[in-house]
Design a protein around this ligand. Structure first.
Ligand SMILES: [Zn+2]
Length: 476
């Protein structure tokens, strides 16, 4: 088995940081401690000098869409290209969404996603399954998914006629997922309200990209957040709200997020209530809705749902991360090229939704979060790695630096400056929504299960190196 020694770095975990070496044998961390090099008679096969660098646990991006088929097109990053970009940016694990096709089974969705990823993904991966057509057969399949290590179930309160389910179906899914010890993930936007506004704009001939955010106002998210908490509380089912975008949404969630923590901490209740967890994305922390007024069709690059909000919303999302109310930053990576965007050149509602971002999550969060004083190093590690590992049943194998864990590590230079550009990124997309954004801090090396898979921006992972990760049940 290969032996790798990382020397002279500062190890950062979710609750600590200290100067130490990391010794890796095969795929696992073998030992952590000072001057480990002296303890071994035979020198390691590979020596990494991490002087001046942090050593972080590999990033976990809990929300991606590789090769996602929509009605008219498919998201442009494949499992090969998207996971390569992830590794370059320090993300060693992704959780992608296997979407049920209405009329078909969850099993067939999972089978399709295995076929896309198996032998092609370069980073490790697991799946959530999106339940878009709930019926008795689907109910029975939930237990089967959990047995196969797919323990999180995505539901949509928007996209009526395609992905959306109604409140009764939502409740029934929650009841079953609770029994099977899984987690419900929800896209919280009021689909009827949105459909009504889209129709109104179309009838009025208001068809340019700037009408996309106007058709999905903040109230659509806020209302759906309120409703979904009530449903989850009623069913006593653990709930994870994906891609929270606004201050109003956070305000509606806040009592549920805080109560959950306090109750568990105080130990007042014999059996804690099912937790409610929130995720946001770099685009909501760093971009705002002024981009939609760019000339011509330029605003189409930023069409995603929920849409970008006001600059003032960003402050509240950062504060939510700082206070621990928002536990995870994932990307909702869903790339479409400029040519694909043009499917909606005559009608904003036909622009494929989503932005690319899997490559830049760690560096952007470090630069805008830690470097600018909004987050501590521990918060950064929790938000990008340890929390998603715990929530999605990958801990302590992933998201941690300790003997016995997978050797998924990022050697990170906190001082290296660079500028994000589509000319240098590795995602399969001809533009970047972060074009020209200056970043302080860079991934110098990414190690996945003991293998150096990226060195100074160069991808070294062998084809198909990524491994499927069955996940544990949701414990609370
Ligand atoms: Zn998504």
């Amino acid at each position: 088995m290969s032996r790798l020694l990382i020397q002279n770095g500062t190890i950062v975990t979710g609750d600590d940081q200290f100067a130490a070496d990391v010794f890796v044998i095969g795929e696992k961390i073998h030992a952590i401690g000072p001057e480990l090099g002296r303890r071994f008679a035979v020198p390691p096969d590979e020596l990494v000098d991490a002087t001046g660098c942090y050593v972080f646990p590999g990033g976990i991006d809990a929300h991606t869409h590789m090769e996602l088929p929509l009605k008219t097109t498919t998201s442009s990053d494949t499992f090969a290209s998207g996971t390569g970009a992830a590794l370059i940016g320090g993300t060693t694990t992704i959780l992608d969404f296997a979407n049920q096709i209405p009329g078909k089974t969850l099993k067939s969705a999972v089978k399709d996603w295995h076929a896309k990823a198996n032998g092609k993904a370069l980073c490790d991966y697991g799946f959530h399954v999106s339940v878009t057509d709930f019926n008795e057969r689907t109910r029975r399949e939930i237990a089967e998914c959990v047995d196969e290590g797919i323990t999180s179930f995505k539901t949509f309160m928007a996209y009526k006629g395609a992905l959306m389910i109604d409140d009764r179906q939502m409740l029934e899914i929650m009841e079953e997922v609770k029994i099977q010890k899984g987690l419900v993930l929800t896209h919280a936007e009021n689909g009827d309200l949105i459909d009504h506004l889209v129709e109104k704009f179309r009838k009025a001939g208001s068809l340019s990209p700037k009408f996309h955010p106007l058709s999905r106002p903040v109230i659509a998210e806020a209302e759906a957040c309120s409703r979904i908490i009530d449903l989850a509380r009623f069913a006593d089912c653990p709930l994870y709200i994906v891609h929270l975008s606004s201050q109003s949404g956070l305000q509606r969630l806040a009592p549920a997020l805080e109560t959950g923590t306090e109750q568990r901490r105080s130990g007042k209740s014999e059996k804690p209530r099912a937790p409610i967890i929130a995720e946001t994305c770099p685009q909501y922390l760093l971009l705002d809705d002024s981009v939609y007024s760019q000339r011509g069709f330029e605003g189409a690059k930023y069409v995603l749902s929920p849409p970008l909000r006001k600059a003032s919303d960003q402050k509240h999302l950062w504060a939510g991360l700082g206070s621990g109310m928002i536990k995870v930053v994932a990307t909702d990576h869903c790339a479409f090229t400029s040519a694909q965007r043009r499917l909606g050149v005559k009608d904003f509602s036909k622009i494929p939704n989503g932005v690319p971002g899997v490559e830049h999550r760690m560096e952007l969060l470090y630069s805008e979060g830690v470097h600018k004083g909004r987050l501590s190093l521990q918060q950064f590690v929790n938000i990008t790695s340890t929390n998603p590992a715990r929530i999605f049943g990958l801990h302590p194998q992933k998201g941690a630096i300790h003997a016995g864990a997978d050797a998924d590590l990022v050697v990170f230079d906190p001082n290296e400056e660079h500028v994000i550009s589509s000319k240098t990124h590795h995602m399969n997309c001809d533009y970047s929504v972060y074009e020209g954004v200056p970043v302080t801090g860079a991934c110098r090396m990414t190690i996945l299960r003991g293998k150096v898979v990226v060195r100074r921006g160069k991808l070294l992972a062998p084809a198909g190196y990524g491994k499927y990760l069955p996940r544990q049940k949701f414990e609370y």
